[in-house]
Design a protein around this ligand. Sequence first.
Ligand SMILES: O=P(O)(O)OC[C@H]1O[C@@H](O)[C@H](O)[C@@H](O)[C@@H]1O
Length: 784
Amino acid sequence: MTTQQLAQGIRLVEGHGGLAAVEVTTPSASALIYLHGAHVADWTPAGGKPVLWMSTFGVFSDTDPIRGGVPLCFPWFGPNGTDASAPNHGWARLSTWSLVDSRTLDTATGAVATELVFELTQDSVGVPAGFHPFTAHYTVTVGAELGLELSVRNDGATPFAFEEAFHTYFAVGDVTTSTLTGLETFDYTDRSTKPATEGSSLLPLGFTGDEIDRLYPMPEALELSDPANDRIIRAVSQGAAQTVVWNAGRIKAAAIADYGTDEWTETACAETCNVGAHFITLDPGATSTMQVTVTSTTTERNTKTMQRLSKSVVPAIAELPTKAIQFGEGNFLRAFVDWQLQQMNNQGLFQGGVKIVQPIEGGRVASLEEQDNLYTVLLEGLQDGKDVQSHEVITVVTGTVNPYVDNQKYLDLANDDNIEFIFSNTTEAGIAFDDRDRLNDKPQHSFPGKLTALLFERFSLGKKGFQIIPCELIEHNGDKLKESVLATAALWELDAAFVQWVNTDNTFYSSLVDRIVPGYPADRAAELAEEFGYDDQSIVKAEPFLLWVIEGPQSLTESLPLAKAGLNVTVTDDMTPYRERKVFLLNAPHTTMASIARLAGVETVRDVMIDPEFSQFVNAEMYDEIMPVIDLPHDELAAYAESVKERFENRFMHHELASIALNSISKYKSRLLPILVNFHEKVGTFPPRVTLALSALLLTYSGDAAVTVVPVDSDEVLATFHAAYATATATGSNVTADYVEAILSDDSLWGRDLTELPGLVAEVTTGLDNLRTLGARATIALLA
Ligand SMILES: O=P(O)(O)OC[C@H]1O[C@@H](O)[C@H](O)[C@@H](O)[C@@H]1O
């Protein structure tokens, strides 16, 4: 389009590397968009800071993708499935788009915005010759909000399949203080592991320097807090099934040429996408649209009228001797370990404080120090049948140590005779031996490296050892930590006497932690400041429930009298049944609900629990089918089941069944199948509700167009089900039974041939037929 036709406030300019770009200036915002990739490189609301991050190491050429802003990923996301030499994230971000329209809009709020439309077709520069005919229009609306809309039309005569993503890099002052909310209780696929693994984020989504690369279902809204810039960035999408959250972290940032080593602290990607199992298929002539609207809201801190939390706000805080060291200053430890130490202190049972060591360079102990190490824990949820909403200022933190700033201060902790305990939560990746660590590093890179240095200092001073209780969410965390310490000692060729002291004078406990901690309540910060009468930038929100199972000697119950303080803490010599109790009484009903209740249109865990028929169904599954096969006393199981039901009912949590449904087949295998098999062995029949969940999954995964619930699983798993159903439909007269038989006999899905269990095929078939003909609600009524 020619310059005369451009709407007001738009100029064609030469951007970095001589690349053609469009500069937009409106009263409410400015923006810069490259024609190369239709790449939005800047959107800055008037009077504010840029909301999109750009790398200062970016390469600008017509053959490279631009690092930062909004890379547009199309027609695939990530590596190409069949051609390893094809560009990552597709060629749309490397192609030359044309500006085909621009105009000035009056928005609903009366503010003026500018809309630009970019086009890409199979004839554009950068689109491979002979590619499927299509027309893509990318509409960028620049105003007080940033709007991005990609519409793709299939101009060919055959169906057109593709993936798409807005790979938005948001700018934040310090990502380690940011939290991404909207995803708290969602399950996700962790793409940073090879192969990808499945995870569930009971912990809030923060950024610590480990790579985060996760695929989540798209929530109603994503909110990225940016406390360093006093703002919240909010993204609301439409027509997008998923979001990918990506932060390169320290190691990957250093390995990417156009990404500065420390730049991972300045940005977080919260993307809008349809990828993997949610790829788009368009019939000839059809169009699909994906949209996101981004806003940036200044957070009111009330700093003028409201004082910041400090010792002057909370009078008469008792001086406490430091009895514990804690590696990690994150939300979880502060709302879990420190909150519990405080409960013991409140009852005169511990009389000790904790020094927090920042385990990674980009941490946030400095912001705790700004508040004299005080912060508020906010508990919200149901407990013992009552609605709990309470808050308490936590006063047990006696100080913080940043070994990256003062390593000697860190090593000096070894000299303190009062210190008896060490707690840690350094993320799942934190407990790992690192052969780059050296004894004289200041400090060592890894957590086990730092801990070994501290232990060696303690040993050299001739002092007693520690009781070490890690909280990382990995099995046998204590054993793994000890192994890593011993491997580090071997690497550093430390004395055999030291190794013996580690083994005999120190106790490494393994522990299982459970408490949902959504973290900083960014959306309610101003309101809470008003309520509390002070401004606290380190508030942590958590559910009232907690569970801590610690494997190790009983003497711990005396030195750390958590249970005596009324806390739900068990010290045991074998935590296996407790781990099973959680998997089978919490995770297994989750999977059952996601399989069956979704078929009846129920959307969240809470909705299941307030629905009389479904909650009764879940209750019966827990009591009559699951509890009989777990090897723990009935009273203990019943108490746990009741607490789980309260957590399921928590009105402050919005836990989508769709997110739990992710990868349901492997979840069924690990969570429900052991119950089905053990129950059958013990009782001689199949547990009806657990079995019905299997029927529901087979129905959902069949690919039958009449089923509107969409399964989200790996391509291989989906293909297996679709193929079995297609074959049964094409060949058999007993379609359902043939399909069930084919799936149950597939040991690649279940680890064994389930048709060997006599009668199971018939029972699953009946369930599937009932679900199909009667519907989920009437089917569960048959079991009531
Ligand atoms: O370096 P690229 O090609 O722009 O990709 C950056 C990242 O993009 C993310 O969206 C992916 O999930 C990551 O796996 C990838 O590393």
